[in-house]
Design a protein around this ligand. Structure first.
Ligand SMILES: *[C@@H]1O[C@H](CO)[C@@H](O)[C@H](O)[C@H]1NC(C)=O
Ligand SMILES: *[C@@H]1O[C@H](CO)[C@@H](O)[C@H](O)[C@H]1NC(C)=O
Ligand SMILES: *[C@@H]1O[C@H](CO)[C@@H](O)[C@H](O)[C@H]1NC(C)=O
Ligand SMILES: *[C@@H]1O[C@H](CO)[C@@H](O)[C@H](O)[C@H]1NC(C)=O
Ligand SMILES: *[C@@H]1O[C@H](CO)[C@@H](O)[C@H](O)[C@H]1NC(C)=O
Ligand SMILES: *[C@@H]1O[C@H](CO)[C@@H](O)[C@H](O)[C@H]1NC(C)=O
Length: 282
């Protein structure tokens, strides 16, 4: 627990009134989580749920590998994305958003993205297409990459890599917790927890240089255009059991983030935090 014995630092987050903004439970329609986005091979090739049929979909299912209700994200070889955008247009500056995300990925592919903190107006200065994202960087290795604002908007640096097992039963369910501070003036911060344990903290981050929001699902790592591939190898899925988002505190999202009461109590007692072993100042 000495991870949490940290120094105090004043941040610009406004005083929180607890509010659960998203409370998705597996089995509910995707619209409870947000706006569905399915896309074909080419960027901008947006599909309606009906167009994509069985080849790309986001549907509530009973996951027969765990007997749990889930939201199943599925994509065949030549589809770019199956994602849901949450809080689109609703994220504000100078706040902290707490996110809990419980999921199972049956099979990974290199570069497969499972979460994006995405800037919609990606050409607005300073450019920062995807302020940060979580993706598979190697066999069952998940990485967090942050994009330094400016230049072409895709100047990405990896700040953390950890184990994220993939497979076909309940032992492959993982919990992700994130606290995203949208402070302006380069004083934002990002905390990541995996399976209830601290993974990384970034200070001095810029996470709100434009219209930004969280995106859940599967993106990238599709087959190249016109390339004949083994369909089973390239098809990807994820099963999402729980998503919670709050602008109040960790306690609101503890269930989906997989944080015990003890950890939440410690986090709240030491808020705001900085300068720990697992932190990096940008
Ligand atoms: C969130 O969802 C769970 C499960 O569906 C439900 O039990 C709980 O009451 C909801 N919480 C709020 C604050 O709506
Ligand atoms: C799911 O539930 C069914 C019916 O109770 C049972 O036969 C099956 O073994 C269960 N599967 C798992 C993975 O628990
Ligand atoms: C956010 O905070 C910065 C600096 O603390 C301040 O200049 C700015 O006006 C604030 N913006 C909003 C939208 O609250
Ligand atoms: C890219 O980001 C790194 C890390 O912040 C920085 O050192 C470098 O100058 C940036 N490169 C460009 C082209 O902006
Ligand atoms: C953008 O710049 C980065 C270096 O900052 C470079 O690695 C990347 O290839 C560039 N991307 C494009 C699309 O030009
Ligand atoms: C990741 O998994 C490998 C192989 O199972 C193990 O040796 C290593 O300690 C794990 N790393 C972490 C940070 O848990």
């Amino acid at each position: 627990m000495r991870f949490f014995l940290l120094l105090s630092l004043s941040l610009c987050a406004s005083l929180a009134r607890s509010k659960l903004l998203v409370n998705y439970t597996g089995g509910q329609p995707a619209t409870v989580l947000g706006v569905v986005e399915l896309e074909g091979q080419d960027l901008g090739d947006r599909l309606s749920i009906l167009d994509a049929g069985d080849e790309a979909y986001i549907q509530p299912v009973l996951d027969d590998k765990t007997n749990m209700s889930a939201l199943r994200f599925h994509r065949d070889s030549h589809y770019r994305r199956a994602e849901v955008r949450s809080l689109y247009g609703d994220v504000e500056a100078n706040k902290t958003y707490y996110i809990g995300y419980t999921l199972r990925v049956p099979k990974m592919r290199d570069h497969l993205v499972i979460f994006q903190w995405k800037k919609q107006d990606k050409l607005a200065a300073p450019r920062q297409n995807i302020p940060f994202h979580l993706f598979f960087s190697g066999p069952d290795q998940l990485s967090l990459e942050y994009t330094t604002p400016g230049s072409n908007g895709s100047n990405r640096t990896t700040y953390w890599t950890g184990n994220f097992s993939t497979g076909h039963d309940a032992s492959f369910i993982h919990t992700i917790g994130m606290a995203i501070n949208t402070c302006l003036d380069g004083r934002g911060s990002l905390e990541l927890f995996l399976d209830g344990k601290p993974a990384v903290r970034l200070d001095g981050a810029q996470l709100f240089t434009g219209a930004t929001y969280p995106k859940f699902g599967i993106y990238r790592a599709e087959a190249d255009a016109e390339k004949d591939v083994d369909a089973d190898e390239y098809a990807v899925d994820s099963f999402v059991y729980r998503v919670q988002i709050s602008d109040g505190g960790w306690a609101d999202v503890a269930e989906a983030a997989g944080l015990s009461d003890d950890v939440v109590a410690l986090l709240e007692a030491t808020e705001p935090r900085s300068a720990s072993k697992w932190s990096t100042t940008l």
